[in-house]
Design a protein around this ligand. Structure first.
Ligand code: BES
Ligand code: MN
Ligand code: MN
Length: 484
């Protein structure tokens, strides 16, 4: 039986017998393109990495804007239409699209061109915004999160455009405020539902287990982030003159924070676990199948022992259970030398990672009520909520997931293992709620790539591998949709 087959827009008659041979040909032409252009593909990413596009710190504003313009120009160069740097009340959203056929499915690619602050600078071996290759890895802030990863999609798009055209329509939405909570993207999405209409959202902003064990994340945790401030006396006091008679806010804060976990490392906030959906034994077993080397894990982090909620494995703790972390804690004198002082105030930044079916607003409220209640009468408490985000689980029975599975199996030679990610991309839940579109998380990073840490890196191999895998996703997504 003969059937009509298309490779990136080209139509070729083929028989099932020659199908395998054909798949090889496609892979070969993809690899050839990457090989031919490998230096330029790297140079362009390096140029993007040189913009210190730190969204959290206003001093970088001109650089964040320059990064947006660069992304827009690269989309135009690759062949996108309607490229626009869409203004918001914060940093702009770069949009671009290529609609080849209204009857074909549409893939909406999301990514972010902003990065986390590079601090502490003294811990970087080479400057964070001067990308450097060592041992086959690109060291730079944003190398993995998310410049190196979203840029693969622009280059994969270029590759398809140069090799017969697109198997599916494509839309790009690259934002500049992911690392600070995406508040303006939410507004943009609500106001542009038609423009953003698509069949699937495709994101490369998560991790794989390893290059030998490719995986696909099928969930992200939600987030509830707040700041607490404990106030004792109305001014810093001499710790000898008053110490012993007046409560020390730093001591009180430390005690209050310590009480938020019990001896089994469960969070003690009443109602915290009420909405959590326990995994089925089958789901737990599937997660258990993911290869995990505890010694390697500990070695990478430089810890002698792990810590976590009793009764759960490491992957369960990071992917399927809610947690509470202190992100920063301060108060009193932290300068050079010693100063004998009983501080007036002490503060902490606290975040909670959430899992289905917890709600960010509700958890923020539970925390606020509890934290206020446990404070002794000798201090005052102020709780200020920051950003939040809802948890998501992405389907594993969808056409898009199957397309990702096929694409990875073909390019890695091994079927991807489904895992649950511990991080958060708050906008994913919003895509589903506002646009009714589910997401595929096809990340090519590694947890050990030091995202948000000094010496962030991304393996050049992963970068090229991503560029090679993405066109296969588009091809299979179109094919499996029955619209290819
Ligand atoms: N790309 C990460 C999220 C991530 C990393 C998910 C690795 C899964 C695996 C993203 O840029 C990020 O850092 N998100 C923040 C949340 C945001 C509201 C600041 C996070 O998870 O802390
Ligand atoms: Mn990211
Ligand atoms: Mn990040």
């Amino acid at each position: 039986m003969e059937k009509l087959c298309k490779i990136f827009g080209k139509q070729i008659w083929q028989s099932p017998k020659t199908y395998i041979c054909f798949k090889l040909m496609i892979m070969q032409s993809i690899k050839q393109y990457v090989e031919q252009h490998k230096q330029r593909l790297l140079d362009e990413l390096f140029e993007l990495l040189r913009f210190p596009s730190v969204s959290a710190d206003p001093k970088y504003k001109p650089d964040v804007l320059k990064a947006a313009d660069y992304v827009a120009q690269k989309l135009r160069d690759a062949g996108a239409d309607k490229v626009e740097v869409c203004q918001t009340d914060g940093y702009p959203i770069v949009y671009g699209e290529k609609i080849v056929d209204a009857l074909k499915p549409t893939v909406l690619v999301y990514g972010h061109y902003d990065v986390q602050p590079p601090d502490p600078l003294e811990l970087w071996n080479t400057p964070p915004f001067e990308p450097t290759i060592r041992d086959g890895k690109i060291y730079a802030r944003g190398a993995c999160d998310d410049k190196g990863q979203f840029y693969m999609h622009i280059k994969a798009f270029e590759l398809m455009m140069q090799n017969g055209g697109l198997p599916a329509n494509i839309k790009f939405m690259i934002e500049g405020e992911e690392e600070v909570g995406s508040s303006n993207l939410g507004i943009f999405v609500k106001a542009n539902k038609e423009k953003l209409r698509a069949d699937v959202v495709l994101i490369s902003d998560t991790s794989m287990i390893s290059m030998e064990n490719p995986s696909l994340e099928t969930g992200l945790r939600g987030l509830s982030y707040l700041e607490v401030e404990i106030t004792g006396p109305n001014r810093d006091l001499h710790s000898g003159v008053y110490g012993g008679a007046v409560a020390n806010p730093a001591t009180i804060l430390a005690k209050m924070i310590a009480s938020l976990h019990d001896e089994n490392n469960h969070v003690t906030i009443p109602g915290f676990y009420d909405e959590v959906i326990d995994l089925t034994p089958e789901e737990r077993k599937a997660l258990d199948n993911a290869p995990y080397d505890e010694d390697e894990y500990k070695k990478d982090l430089g810890v002698d022992a792990l810590w976590g909620e009793k009764g759960y494995s490491t992957f369960e703790r990071t992917g399927t259970r809610p947690t509470l972390e202190v992100n920063g804690i301060w108060g009193g004198y932290i300068g050079q030398g010693a100063k004998t002082v009983l501080p007036s105030k002490a503060s902490a930044k606290i975040s909670m990672r959430l899992v289905p079916n917890q709600g960010s607003d509700k958890i923020t409220q539970l925390f606020t009520d509890h934290f206020t209640k446990i404070a002794p009468a000798c201090v005052k408490v102020k709780v200020t909520p920051h950003h939040g985000g809802e948890p998501v689980v992405t389907p594993t029975d969808s056409i898009a997931y199957k397309a990702a599975q096929k694409a990875i199996t073909e390019s890695f030679g091994k079927e991807p293992i489904p895992t649950r990610g511990g991080g958060s991309i708050p906008i994913v839940a919003l895509f589903e709620a506002e646009l009714g579109i589910k997401t595929v998380l096809m990340g090519f990073g590694l947890d050990s790539d030091a995202l948000h840490s000094p010496n962030e890196k991304y393996d050049i191999f992963n970068y090229y591998k991503g560029i090679e895998t993405i066109p296969l996703f588009h091809k299979y997504f179109a094919e499996l949709s029955g619209k290819g």
